[in-house]
Design a protein around this ligand. Structure first.
Ligand SMILES: Cc1cc2nc3c(=O)[nH]c(=O)nc-3n(C[C@H](O)[C@H](O)[C@H](O)COP(=O)(O)OP(=O)(O)OC[C@H]3O[C@@H](n4cnc5c(N)ncnc54)[C@H](O)[C@@H]3O)c2cc1C
Ligand code: FES
Length: 342
């Protein structure tokens, strides 16, 4: 028996390792050529401290209080030299990946399909040559063929498959957009680096509210694929907002999720005054019946920066403090702007 351990480094890079039954995370990482911070490896110095909020594990009982206090353990902190996983886990490592003599993984892929699914959105399907493990909601950087430039794209496909899909906004004149619309064809080779990002689905322990703007729907499709397999015992509601009627995409997929995932529901909202859509305005205009439960909710928000800022401002102005708030801005640059509001 072995477990899949995601090591999330401070610089946003995630590396996945297999950890054998009874093996510590530190030893498993070392076996996978990743040198996590350590000094004593005996639970004495505290150098290997990290945190784990996802998965089951044995904290160990041979460490001393100076290395890890009871309070820290209660808050989810761990010592990688002591922690023995008992399931798949996500472990936060509070240093950059480069400090651990590891870095970003590079995978080659072949374009399977590229489709203009609306005037403003492109669906890209890619077959990866190697396994590319990721957490639902994370993204990769894709190199624009013929250039040194990369662009960040969230996976819209389910983790665990080599068949990857992406939902990409068609930005007129944009470098990647122009390649995808004008030149890209089945068989083209692409270089992907990642996975990256701290915007991923946490264990579903209370109601979940998902707020998507435009192609910001992409990471939610991956999260819903995950929930389709793993289920959700909690009300999970998605509000998906776009500018114009024909920007609405993947509605059939969302209907299938609503039919296949117990407790999942969604609604769509169109901002344009000319729209014939029944729900007009912004996602924040349609949250009356969302499962906010006096803050007992985990909120996930993704879309273009102005939309994300507007929703963050709305929550602030209304004095709504969700249990957790995770967001990702689809910034035009390659640098990710992800965050969490406690
Ligand atoms: C973490 C992360 C994840 C992302 N995931 C996705 C995703 O799943 N799907 C997706 O569609 N995008 C995503 N993006 C945005 C994506 O990386 C690119 O920025 C976008 O696709 C534009 O690339 P381009 O090469 O076509 O245009 P560029 O050549 O980069 O831009 C051309 C011009 O258009 C402007 N521009 C770029 N994007 C926009 C925009 N959205 N609205 C208005 N003007 C713009 C630029 O400032 C520039 O002036 C993500 C960004 C980040 C940081
Ligand atoms: S390396 Fe010293 S406590 Fe883990």
């Amino acid at each position: 028996m072995s477990y899949n351990i995601a090591l999330n480094f401070e610089d946003g890079i995630t590396r996945f390792i297999r950890c054998n039954e009874g093996e510590t995370v530190l030893d498993a990482a070392y076996r996978n050529q990743i040198n996590l911070p350590m000094d004593c490896s005996d639970g004495v110095c505290g150098t290997c401290k990290g945190s784990c909020h996802q998965g089951k594990f044995d904290l160990g009982d041979e460490y001393i209080d100076e290395a890890l206090t009871d309070d820290e353990a209660e808050q989810g902190m761990i010592l990688t030299c002591q922690m023995v996983p008992a399931s798949d886990c996500v472990v936060e490592i509070p240093v950059a990946s480069t400090m651990c003599k590891t870095g970003i993984a590079r995978v080659q892929g072949t374009v399977l399909e590229v489709n203009l699914v609306s005037p403003t959105a492109i669906e890209l399907k890619v077959a990866a040559e190697d396994d590319i493990a990721f957490l639902p909601g994370q993204y990769v950087n894709i190199q624009v063929p013929g250039t040194e430039e990369t662009r960040a794209y969230s996976f819209s496909s389910r983790p665990g498959s080599r068949e990857l899909s992406f939902l990409i906004r068609n930005v007129p004149g944009g470098l990647m957009s122009s390649y995808l619309v004008g030149q890209c064809k089945a068989g083209d080779s692409l270089t992907l680096t990642g996975p990256m990002g701290s915007f991923y689905l946490r264990p579903v322990e209370r109601p979940v509210l998902m707020l998507a703007g435009g192609t910001g729907l992409a990471p939610f499709l991956a999260m819903l694929e995950h929930l389709k397999v793993n289920g959700t015992g909690q009300p999970t509601h998605l509000i998906y907002g776009v500018t114009n009627d024909d920007d609405l995409v993947c509605i059939e997929a969302l209907e299938q999720f609503a039919a296949g995932i117990e407790n999942f529901s969604f609604k769509t909202v169109v901002a344009s005054a000319d729209s014939a859509h029944p729900l007009k305005g912004y996602v924040t205009n349609h949250m009356q019946d969302a499962p906010i439960h006096h803050g007992e909710v985990d909120v996930y928000l993704c879309g273009p920066p102005p939309m994300v800022d507007a929703v963050l401002g709305y929550f602030r102005d209304q004095g709504i403090k969700p249990n957790s708030f995770h967001y990702e801005k689809f910034s035009p640059s390659v640098s990710a702007v992800a965050g969490a509001v406690a």
